[in-house]
Structures are given as C-alpha cells and as structure tokens.
Design a protein around this ligand. Sequence first.
Ligand code: NAD
Ligand code: WQD
Length: 340
Amino acid sequence: MPETVLVTGGAGFIGSHTCVELLAHGYEVIVVDNHVNSSPHALERIAKTAGRPLTAAYRVDVRDRAALAQVFASHQVDAVIHFAAHKAVGESVALPVEYYDTNVGGTCALLSVMREHGVHRLVFSSSCSVYGDAQTMPLTELSPVAPTNPYAHTKLMCERILEDVCDHLVEMKVLALRYFNPVGAHPGGLLGEDPRGVPDNVMPYVAQVAVGRREVLSVFGDDYPTPDGTGVRDYIHVMDVAEGHRVAVEHLDDRTGMRVFNLGTGTGTSVLQLVAAFGEASGRPVPYRIVDRRPGDVAELVADPSAVAAAWDWTTTRDLDAMCRDAWRFQERNPHGYAR
Ligand code: NAD
Ligand code: WQD
C-alpha cells in the first residue's frame, strides 16, 4: 500500500513543489490549504506537472479543529508535512497576533487532531531565521538561536512545542527542517513562486524586473562586511527543498522523538552575484540601484548542511544557475503568476 501524506499549505510555493515530488515517488497526497496566500490553480498545476492527481484537496484553515478532524476521519493518514503558516518577516512585526495565531495556534490544532487520530509522524517547516543575527558562519544545528522578529519567534516556539510533545508522547516522530533561502521553480515551467503584491524576497523581485513588471531592483545596502558589500545568503533550489521533504518522510521512522536539521547548500551568494547569475540565465540584464540597508537584515546566513548529509546520505544537487534558469522559465511563461 502506498503511504498517504497530508500536506498543509500544499498549494503554496514550497508545498506545491513538495506535492509534485511526493506524487512522482508514488505517495498518495492530501492537501489542506485555506488559500490565504496561494491560488487554487496551483492544485491543477501540481497534478499536471506530476502526471497524477492529488488524492484530495480541502479548503480548510488548519486552526479549524473540527474541519481538520473531518479530513483525518476521511483518510488513513500515515504522515503529515506542515507548511501552512504566514511567512513575511516585515508583516509579522505589524501583525504579531495574527502570526502567533496561525503559526503557533495552527500547529497546536494540527497536533491535537493528529493525536486524536493516532498519527505520530510529522515533518515541520522551520526557518534559518531562528538563528537571528549570528556571528559565526556556517550555521550548524547547534549554533545559538536568537530570533529577531515575531515570525522567527513563532518558528522557534513551534520547535519548542514539538520537543515537549515528543518528550511526553514517546511514539511521536518529528523532523523540523530549517530552510535557508528557497528559490527557483519546477523545471516544467508550470509551478513556481507567485507572491501577492510587491515581492519581499529578492529572487521573485529580480524575476519580475527581468520580465518587465518592475523597473529596477533596489539592492539593500552595499556596505556589509561581505566580499562585494551586499548581503550573502544560502539560496537553495525549491526542488531540492521538495526532495529533502520526501527523503525526510522516508527517514521519519529512523527513531522516535524530535530532530532538527538545516536545509541549505553550504554556499553563500551575494545579491550582486545573484543579479549577475539571473541576467546570464535569462539573457536579460537586471537593472539595479543601491539603496539603504533594509532594517533587520543581516550580513550573512549560510548553512552547514553536513548533519543532514550524514543522517540521510543526501545532499542538494541544483546550483545557482539552475535556480535562476528555472525561476526565469516560470516567470517568462507566467508573467502574472497563476491568476491570469
Ligand atoms: P507560502 O505562503 O507560499 O505557503 C504557505 C501556504 O500555507 C499557502 O498556500 C497558504 O495559503 C497556506 N496557509 C497559510 N495559513 C493557513 C491556514 N491557517 N490554514 C491553511 N493553510 C494556510 O509559503 P512557502 O514559502 O511555501 O512557505 C512554506 C513554509 O515554509 C512556511 O511554514 C514558511 O514559514 C516556511 N519557510 C519558508 C521559507 C521561504 O523563504 N519561502 C524559508 C523558511 C521557512
Ligand atoms: C535576501 C537578500 C536582502 C529584496 C527571508 C526571511 C527568512 C526566510 C527566507 C522564511 C538580503 C536582499 C532583498 C530586495 C535586496 N523565510 N534584497 N533587494 O531576508 O534572507 O530571508 O526569506 O523563513 O526568514 O527573513 O530573504 O530574499 O528577502 O533577501 O537587496 O528587493 O536580498 O537585503 O541580503 P532573507 P530575502
């Protein structure tokens, strides 16, 4: 019997790519998403890209315990991947209650419904933002955590809740994955990142400049202590993130309890290097101007990905060129995202 994986937030950027990866590996996949930050069109594109349908998709808010319980009652769920959350750092400062309610409240609701239905296997979306303004690179899972905004606090708080739950319920198996900077798109050109409004993140902004939706990229600061003065990040292809989740599901039974892993490549790339790589991959030079630093930004965030490599004998395989090429293919074929 194939395993059935319930994916919360499965219509979102990382969730949709993970659904394709799971379907391609024979899993039955159920999506729960309230579409607060995603288009239902993504669900059709998941099926088209994978060449197989989802088992089911529900428009349900993860905080709605009764509706969530109905979903669990309708299917034999073997494992859950929990992506559903709000994720914009700046917005989290303006709307902290909303962030705690959805990210922490949603996780608690999910855990209680999982428990009621005897489901003990969970992969949780955490974030490199839990490390805050770290001084020593690269970051290992043992590096100090020091969140600097409400969003990052919600992710660390969920990790703590999961630790306590695992201490209490000995049958629980939880993997929390701290992603660095997921970018790119499925190479098929149907699935990608489709942010609402003005993109917060650099890659979708660059792609929208290249396709002519926006005039110029603002580079936030060129006076950081980095080789070219612009911020350095560990960009990871979204298909590597998706593959990492499928491999995580395969390793859930390695042991009970809670484990935390970084999902990154170990390679740092500056904003100007990213702009140059995107121009090369798309054939369209990306105009930019240097502006002031963005409040709250840090100079550098790079993962040490060796723990996951040792545990699962798995590493990322897609380089910056593939990230830019695939992001560009999606942007060029879908200049206005999924909606039109
Ligand atoms: P996304 O916004 O594209 O996807 C999140 C999905 O969850 C969306 O489809 C949204 O509609 C859904 N959702 C939100 N609140 C919900 C609720 N209450 N009930 C049901 N569905 C709800 O974001 P993403 O980039 O795909 O991120 C997925 C996860 O990964 C999030 O937990 C995020 O915090 C985490 N993460 C993202 C990044 C990143 O840079 N993209 C980095 C680290 C961690
Ligand atoms: C990358 C670099 C910016 C936009 C965020 C979250 C983090 C995680 C990943 C969820 C920085 C620069 C950006 C622009 C720019 N998400 N930049 N011009 O801030 O590293 O991480 O997404 O968990 O929690 O904080 O990503 O893509 O916004 O920025 O120059 O228009 O690009 O200063 O150096 P960030 P980002």
